[in-house]
Design a protein around this ligand. Structure first.
Ligand SMILES: NC(=O)c1ccc[n+]([C@@H]2O[C@H](COP(=O)([O-])OP(=O)(O)OC[C@H]3O[C@@H](n4cnc5c(N)ncnc54)[C@H](OP(=O)(O)O)[C@@H]3O)[C@@H](O)[C@H]2O)c1
Length: 286
C-alpha cells in the first residue's frame, strides 16, 4: 500500500509530500499522481513513485491507485470542470479498492453558502455514494490567495475588494498540508469531516494596514460595491464566470461565512496555524 497524493505537482500537493516525508513516511511509500512527469522530476529524484494520470482522461486513472492505498484527492484547479474530474478519480479509487480517500473540500461542507463550494459539495456526495472509506478536509481560505496578489496591491497602493468588514480565518497552505499528512499517515480519521481554518480571523482593512506596516508604504483598503469589484476583476482579465465566483466569495466573507476559528486545524496538526503576518512577510521577501 502507498500513500497517494494527487495534484502532487501543485503548491498544496508538494507541501503534502514534504510533510509526509518530514513526519517519517518513507519516500518509497509515497506515490505522486501527476499529469506531467517533468513537473515532478524532483519528487521522483527523492524516491517518490510517479503515477501519470489526468482527471480529464478517466482511462489514465485506472493505474493511478492500488488496493489498500490511502489517497488524497486534491481538488482540481479548473472551476466548472471539477465534478466530472473528481468523479473520474472517485470511480478509479473505488475500482482499485483503496483503503481511504481524503478529499480537500470547502469550509462548511454541505452547508457552505457560496458558489465556489458547489463543486466541493457535489464531490462529497460522490465520495459518500461510492462507499469508500473517506475523510473530508474542508479547507477555509489559504492566506496565499491574498499574498499572491501582493504585486497588484503594491502597484495600486490599495487592497480592492467587496467584502466589507468581513473577517477571514485563513491559514497557510503548509498548515492544510500538515493536516492532510496527519490524516493520511495516521489512524482513526475514517468517516470524519474536519472543518479547517486559521486560528485568527482578520479583515481586509487589517491586511492592508499590515502590508503598509511591513513595506513602509501607505496601503488603503478600498471596499467597493459588488458591481464595481466585478468590473475590476474583468478589467484584470478574469473570465466573467470566474469573476462572478470571486464576487460571490466576497459576499460570503462579508457575511462572516469564512470567519470561523474552530481551532480544529491547530488541534489536528499539533501547533498553532501560521499567522497572517508571517505569510505576508515571507511573500514580501519573495
Ligand atoms: N481554499 C482556498 O483558499 C484555495 C485556494 C486555492 C486553491 N484551492 C483548491 O485547492 C487545490 C490545490 O491548490 P493549489 O494551490 O495546490 O493549486 P495548484 O498549485 O494550481 O495545483 C493544482 C494541482 O492539480 C493538478 N491538476 C489540475 N488539473 C488536473 C487534471 N486535469 N489532472 C490531473 N491533475 C490536475 C495540477 O497539475 P499540473 O501541475 O499539471 O497543472 C496541480 O498539481 C486547487 O486545485 C483548488 O481546488 C483552494
Amino acid at each position: 500500500m502507498s500513500i497517494v497524493v494527487t495534484g502532487a505537482s501543485g503548491h498544496l500537493g508538494r507541501l503534502v509530500v514534504a510533510e509526509l516525508l518530514a513526519r517519517g513516511t518513507a519516500a518509497g511509500e509515497i506515490a505522486a499522481v501527476v499529469r506531467d512527469a517533468g513537473k515532478a522530476a524532483d519528487l521522483a529524484a527523492q524516491g517518490v513513485e510517479l503515477r501519470i494520470a489526468d482527471y480529464d482522461q478517466p482511462p489514465t486513472l485506472k493505474d493511478a491507485f492500488r488496493a489498500g492505498d490511502r489517497v488524497l484527492l486534491i481538488s482540481g484547479s479548473e472551476v466548472g470542470r471539477r465534478i466530472p474530474q473528481h468523479n473520474a478519480v472517485v470511480e478509479a479509487a473505488a475500482g482499485a479498492g483503496v483503503a481511504l480517500l481524503a478529499y480537500t473540500g470547502a469550509l462548511g461542507g454541505p452547508d457552505a453558502d457560496f458558489v465556489l463550494a458547489d463543486e466541493h459539495k457535489a464531490t462529497e456526495q460522490l465520495v459518500l455514494a461510492s462507499g469508500l472509506s473517506y475523510v473530508f478536509l474542508r479547507h477555509g481560505w489559504y492566506t496565499e490567495v491574498y499574498t499572491q496578489n501582493l504585486p497588484t496591491v503594491l502597484e495600486h497602493g490599495a487592497v480592492v475588494a467587496a467584502a466589507g468588514d468581513g473577517r477571514i480565518a485563513s491559514a497557510a497552505r503548509a498548515d492544510y498540508a500538515a493536516a492532510a499528512a496527519v490524516v493520511l499517515a495516521g489512524e482513526g480519521h475514517e468517516g470524519r469531516a474536519y472543518e479547517l481554518s486559521g486560528d485568527t480571523a482578520w479583515s481586509l482593512a487589517e491586511y492592508a494596514a499590515l502590508v503598509g506596516e511591513l513595506t513602509g508604504r501607505e496601503i488603503a483598503y478600498r471596499n467597493v460595491s459588488a458591481e464595481d469589484y466585478r468590473a475590476v476583476l474583468l478589467g484584470a482579465g478574469l473570465p466573467a464566470a470566474f469573476a462572478d465566483v470571486l464576487v460571490d466569495v466576497d459576499r460570503a466573507i462579508g457575511l462572516g461565512l469564512l470567519a470561523g476559528t474552530s481551532g480544529n486545524l491547530a488541534r489536528l496538526i499539533g501547533r498553532p496555524t501560521t499567522p497572517l503576518r508571517e505569510t505576508v512577510a515571507a511573500a514580501l521577501k519573495g
